[in-house]
Design a protein around this ligand. Structure first.
Ligand code: NAD
Length: 288
């Protein structure tokens, strides 16, 4: 099975941080991408974010101006999902809530063609639990991009117990043809990256809660000493503490409250205070 041909249309549902980035990646690869969100203002903001990033890439001589224009033209905002009924691939990037996602998948299944693939960008939810309600569970897989999607090469293609191997294969080939580095993972809590990363974030938050080091010091150590692209606090501020905390909670619960994955009470307080990171103007750091 080859990757999806460029004439296959894609619908991205959820035009937030991840959905807009994923739409940009797929449009840059040559697909027409329908962009839908439950909030119309989010669709406009998502498309504006894509435009801004494309302009940035052109200014940095990393993208040709004509290619940027063509990429943006391929991102088609839709006010209703029904307008995207001819999509061959749906990529869901809405709120990390199983019931809400399942409701969306049922709607997608009633709209899309029988062979259309449904992919979820979930960070941690079970692909098996999501697929359970579908008439054709084999068509659903995880397609987990990392933030920011246009820059981060890694993509986890996640198979549940019922995922058709051809679906996973198609997504793996697609990911590669979009310039990404796709890896195949089974549907276990947190998949690979979000499982391995949990104790990393937790330990960094513990260092902070115990006043052992300033966040900037720890970030610099991980950046300069270990060559990570970002330190843990910069990264959590980028991801959003609400998202990061929800993922930790979900992995913790899915592993039957194994202490190794225990969420940080300090991060819980950050979320309660609305200090979500870059998106709210303040997380661990303040943003002008
Ligand atoms: P976000 O809050 O930036 O965007 C989510 C968007 O989905 C919002 O615009 C919201 O209006 C829309 N939405 C919510 N419910 C909807 C519905 N029922 N129908 C249509 N639109 C709906 O969130 P995000 O950070 O982009 O995360 C989206 C998904 O990607 C989540 O599953 C998250 O776990 C996952 N994810 C996030 C990151 C990250 O770093 N933020 C990384 C990888 C994966």
């Amino acid at each position: 099975m080859s990757a999806l041909t460029r004439d296959v249309k894609i619908v991205v549902i959820g035009a937030g941080a991840m959905g807009s980035g994923i739409a940009q990646v797929a449009a840059r690869a040559g697909h027409t991408v329908y962009l839908y969100d439950g909030r119309s203002e989010a669709i406009a903001a998502g498309r504006a974010a894509i435009e801004q990033d494309l302009k940035f890439l052109v200014a940095k001589n990393r993208l040709d101006g004509a290619e940027a224009t063509a990429t943006l033209e391929r991102v088609v905002p839709v006010a209703a999902l029904a307008e995207a009924a001819d999509a061959g691939l749906a990529i869901e990037a809405i709120v990390e809530n199983l019931d809400v996602k399942r409701k969306l998948f049922a709607e997608l299944e009633s709209l899309l063609g029988a062979d259309a693939i449904i992919a979820s960008n979930t960070s941690s939810l079970s692909i098996n639990a999501m697929a359970a309600g579908l008439a054709r569970p084999g068509r659903l897989a995880g397609l987990h991009f990392f933030n920011p999607a246009p820059r981060m090469a890694l993509v986890e293609v996640v198979s549940g117990l019922t995922t058709d191997p051809i679906v996973a294969e198609t997504l793996l080939r697609d990911g590669a043809s979009w310039g990404k580095v796709p890896v195949h993972a089974a549907s276990t809590p947190g998949f690979i990256v979000n499982r391995v990363a949990r104790p990393y974030y937790a330990e960094a938050l513990r260092v902070l809660a115990e006043h052992e080091a300033e966040p900037a010091t720890l970030d610099a150590i991980l950046r300069e000493g270990v060559r990570f692209a970002m330190g843990p606090f910069e990264l959590m501020d980028l991801i959003g503490h609400d998202v990061n905390f929800a993922v930790t909670k979900s992995v913790f619960e899915a592993y039957f409250c194994d202490r190794r994955f225990a969420p940080s009470p300090f991060q819980q307080e950050l979320v309660a205070a609305g200090r979500l990171g870059r998106k709210s103007g303040r997380g661990i750091y303040e943003y002008g």
